[in-house]
Write a protein that binds this ligand. Sequence first.
Ligand code: FDA
Length: 387
Amino acid sequence: MVIIGAGAAGLMCAITAAERGRRVRVLDHANKAGKKILMSGGGRCNFTNMYTEPANFLSRNPHFCKSALARYTQWDFIGLVAKHQVPYHEKKLGQLFCDNKSSDILNMLLSECDSAGVEILLETSISEIARNDGGYQLQTSAGPMHCQSLVIASGGLSIPTLGATGFGYQVARQFGHEVLPTRAGLVPFTITDQLKELCTELSGTSVDCRVSCNGQVFRENLLFTHRGLSGPAMLQISSYWQPGDTLEIDLLPDHDAGEWLAQQQRERPNSELKTLLAELFTKKLAGLLADLWFVSKPMKQYTPGELAAIATQLSCWRLTPSGTEGYRTAEVTLGGVSTDEVSSKTLESQRSPGLYFIGEVLDVTGHLGGFNFQWAWASGYAAGQYA
Ligand code: FDA
């Protein structure tokens, strides 16, 4: 069995198959296995999420991920982490991170590969794949290879400098699979209109918000950057955003903005609105928003109509990003190999027996928070049981 891609999904698949007694070789063109694992979670790898469920994934077929996720759950991966005594903690919202470094997770997987007898060939490129009677014939930079089962675990297009290529999509097309249009997901937004200056001035400032777009809502932090908007709230909603769409941002997610303003007017009539907002936001953010949206004056001087308009601005800030930072900084790739012609149970191609697709190359994309790795582990495990 040959697996192309020594990332999260490929390594998990290799371990599972080798433990079943399969002879497994993993090929990767990079000089190191699991580069994304090392980079992930700011160097601490958010390796799973305690609350993983199918609703945390985007796909044209939202049911596809259910089978694999049910057969290798977050608790299974947590069990593996515990077996290797990797220290970890919950950061927030069920997100589990290593206490130390992401390399703890990679080393755990490599040690499992080693015990199971998996062979990993790095710096190996594949120039040709052909189907023959007994399986697949590969032309590689390490020479020709033959395998019964071929697993494509080459990931998506995000972060080309970490080895990402469209290789898996090419193979899928070669064997008659549909590849859905791809785009960057979990990615910061760029702003180029008059708000750009505001973003630049506030660069590094973070604020709790509720953001919505196309029927999806996330309550998380927004981070202003030199280029636009980032932070978990923006990364999450980016997966649901299409060019031209408007985001609605509630900067007072814990308050009814209208009621809060009315209360301030009653209780602190002589305080300036800017000063009151600075108690909720940073002083700088309060000042810049005031300059952008209203004339700051003592609360008692606002008419009810003015307060209503301010409430709308604060609770429903409508802005249209000019774009995203793209694959250069995206955590994931949306779209990819259509799940229509892949078995949700075995991850085997229904077009070409013995060919499997796992991980991010498939049209299954998780929310931010450890879900993408959980999909890699679960789909890798499922294919590893059958390939
Ligand atoms: P992955 O991309 O991991 O592996 C694919 C492998 O295939 C790579 O080793 C690559 O070199 C190889 N390959 C590609 N083309 C090839 C070719 N032509 N020939 C040979 N080999 C080839 N998720 C999460 O759940 N928690 C987190 O904390 C993070 N953090 C994070 C940070 C950053 C910066 C990024 C970019 C991404 C994340 N993610 C994440 C997402 C997560 O990393 C991603 O979803 C998984 O790594 C996908 O696993 P795969 O094994 O499918 O692909």
